[in-house]
Design a binder for this molecule. Structure first.
Ligand SMILES: NC(=O)c1ccc[n+]([C@@H]2O[C@H](COP(=O)([O-])OP(=O)(O)OC[C@H]3O[C@@H](n4cnc5c(N)ncnc54)[C@H](OP(=O)(O)O)[C@@H]3O)[C@@H](O)[C@H]2O)c1
Length: 346
């Protein structure tokens, strides 16, 4: 038995597959023998710029699916051989053994869940990071500083329910509803009882509806701002605000115009907001690693996947097999995807 990892030796270079120590599980950790890993825009950003890298060489990647190889001394929820999905947090720890792009990865036990037998590793691996992002966007109660001068969002919503949710009488706009994070936020928001209006590409309306959006507006419609405003007003609900899963200058401009016209609401962004955000706009910057997600990982993910309450959406696109295929996955991710998550099988 040997481990290998796709190492990033320097910012702006391809990953190089090479030997790596087999990690061991410390307290509160499991080691996963990966069967599939997913590619996220964060990985391409870290690869290109070296941002957030604390130790070189490093191993990127945050989404894993596979079987439990080892459990930490105090871990009760898992045993060797269990099929799991998990959120690997090299972003926070900086340790190479916590990166997904390896044959074996350390994952906090509180950021993993049993994957039902009916769901393949390839499907299941689209869930972890997007799920934690959605919970962090919606359920955090106490804001933290995300970066100087800007806090994380803290709407303090209840956790999603495994049963049919009572409507909360609140509407949320998910801008970028077909993205991975947008799809999962739509699903979790719906399972909390929010009414979701999604803004997605016209060819991805079905995806956003499958995630639970009650209405979908074409992101390329020249009247997108007015259509979102009209849909929010027509919902008759309290307007919470916009979750902007894209957070580019274009979408920031539209967010501000929508909130200006509605005269209320906040935005949650996934990248630092631009300078000079109008004073009427409350902004929270998402940070998708937070213990707020622990009860979701422990009690919700497995039964929700079993019952179909949460679906593995957007569907995966398999880029290739083996750690060598990750470079191709990163290139495709950088080029942009639509309504899918790129996955490498191992
Ligand atoms: N701050 C954090 O903690 C955190 C955590 C996770 C992710 N992120 C960031 O969140 C962003 C989304 O990540 P992801 O993995 O969900 O992305 P993704 O799935 O790769 O996003 C692809 C989707 O973006 C949509 N899109 C592109 N431009 C758009 C626009 N102008 N308006 C509306 N939709 C647009 C496309 O929609 P159509 O094809 O339908 O047109 C496509 O389906 C990334 O920038 C990532 O770095 C941040």
């Amino acid at each position: 038995m040997a481990n290998q990892a796709a190492w990033l030796n320097k910012a702006g270079t391809d990953l190089e597959v090479g030997d790596a120590p087999i990690p061991t599980a410390g307290p509160g950790e499991i080691v996963v023998k990966n069967a599939a890993v997913a590619i996220n825009p964060l990985d391409t950003h870290m690869q290109d710029t070296g941002a957030f890298v604390k130790q070189w060489p490093t191993v990127l990647g945050c989404d894993v699916a596979g079987t439990v190889h080892e459990t930490g001394p105090d871990v009760q929820r898992f045993k060797k051989g269990d099929r799991v999905i998990g959120h690997a947090i090299n972003l926070v720890t900086g340790r190479p053994q916590d990166g997904a792009y390896a044959l074996y990865t350390v994952v906090p036990a509180d950021k993993a869940a049993i994957l039902p037998d009916s769901i393949s590793f390839t499907d299941g691996v689209v869930v972890p990071v997007a799920l934690e992002a959605a919970v962090c966007a919606l359920c955090v109660k106490e804001p933290r500083e995300a970066m100087p001068g800007i806090s994380t969002p803290a709407p303090g919503l209840p956790y999603p329910s495994l049963d049919k949710s009572e409507p909360l009488g609140k509407t949320l706009v998910v801008y970028g509803g077909s993205s991975s994070v947008g799809s999962m936020t739509t699903q979790i928001a719906t399972a909390i009882g929010l009414n979701v209006i999604a803004v997605s590409g016209a060819h991805n309306f079905d995806l956003s509806k499958r995630c639970g959006a009650t209405q979908v507006i074409d992101r390329k419609d020249p009247a997108v701002i007015d259509k979102v405003v009209a849909a929010v007003e027509a919902s008759g609900n309290e307007f919470m605000g916009i979750f902007d899963a894209i957070s580019t200058p274009e979408t920031y401009g539209n967010d501000a115009a929508i909130l200006q016209k509605l005269g209320r609401g906040a935005i949650v962004v996934v990248h630092p907001p631009p300078e000079g955000v109008p004073s009427h706009v409350r902004v929270g910057l998402l940070f998708a690693v937070n213990d707020i997600a622990t009860p979701i990982w422990n009690d919700f993910v497995t039964p929700a996947l079993e019952s179909g309450r949460i679906q593995c959406l957007p569907p995966p696109t398999v880029v290739g097999k083996g750690l060598e295929a990750i470079n191709e996955g990163l290139r495709k991710c950088k080029a942009g995807v639509s309504g899918t998550k790129l996955v490498v099988e191992l």
